[in-house]
Write a protein of this length. Sequence first.
Length: 348
Amino acid sequence: MKPEIRRFFRKSLLELSPYQSAREEFVSDGRTMILLDANENPFPSETNRYPDPMQRELKQKIADWKKVSTEQLYLSNGSDEFISQIIMACCEPATDHIVIVPPTFGMYKVAARTYGVAVREVPLDADFQLDAEAVLEAADDHSKIIFIPTPNNPTANSFDVQALKKIIQEFPGLVVVDEAYIEFTDQASFIELLDSHTNLVVCQTFSKAQGMAGARLGMAFAHPELIRYLNRIKAPYNLNSLTLAAALQCLEEQDQVQEQVAFMLKERKRLEAAFTEIVFIKTIFPSDANFVLVRVDDSSLRYQQLLDSGIVVRNPSNNTACENTLRISVGLAEENNALIRALRTLDT
Ligand SMILES: Cc1ncc(COP(=O)(O)O)c(C=O)c1O
């Protein structure tokens, strides 16, 4: 069956001729060339030249790592930029909408509203799991994208794979599976399903386990034709040279990343065990990520008390079904010790 990727995109975008940057017209054959094409400062430094707009070297390394082709890969200035780009690319303002499954990551709604795109909400069930039937019932021809983060933020759990597969198979628009926390779970990445599902886009990030939140680097994986459309609207130099260099370095240090992930998972278990002894923590939700969502007696009070003790957590209580919750990231051992001490002091 011929994939009809075009139908996911706005018509005006299909007709757009993208901006051609100086460095896209010239592809190096390995010779040292005199570069007089981009009005740069010729004095050498780490940043005097524009970066490669197509990020070829990094894409090849990531493609090898994730076992995809470079044509299936789009790199963005953090997943946040990809989320905005895909909405802009696919949703006609004031006509189309996205679907989200609250409680969920806040950027999907913000990005959609920024472009005048409506948001349809299908809440998770009482166990913070997907209600696949309700999602499919809520969808129509204007449902251009559904965003599903698994493990989910702020609830920290992974979604049932069968429910997610059902949505991928039957949803009329694109399904973006946001795997920002994939390194912390035993679940397989949905990248494996890309070849058989042309409406599937998987995004991952260097911001969490990879330790590069400050560098801003996101990855999206999808059918090559879909990636080509995304490339048409990206800013020519959306990733800077410093980020590209840091990411190449990070890929060389995956043993260290794995050690850090193992440490964070061990520390998460220690925190969860300590939380069970705190009387004002009423529920500890199961976590598959590097953070824990807990329900407390009074989240505003406990949030403020922790701030007063010098500890910043997140109070996601105004999210659907998250009344009186706190979202707590796993820190270094001494930071986690300080948190446990503060909680015990507040409990007395
Ligand atoms: C589910 C999810 N997706 C995406 C992001 C943002 O990732 P990035 O830092 O790559 O923009 C976050 C950040 O908290 C997140 O929780």
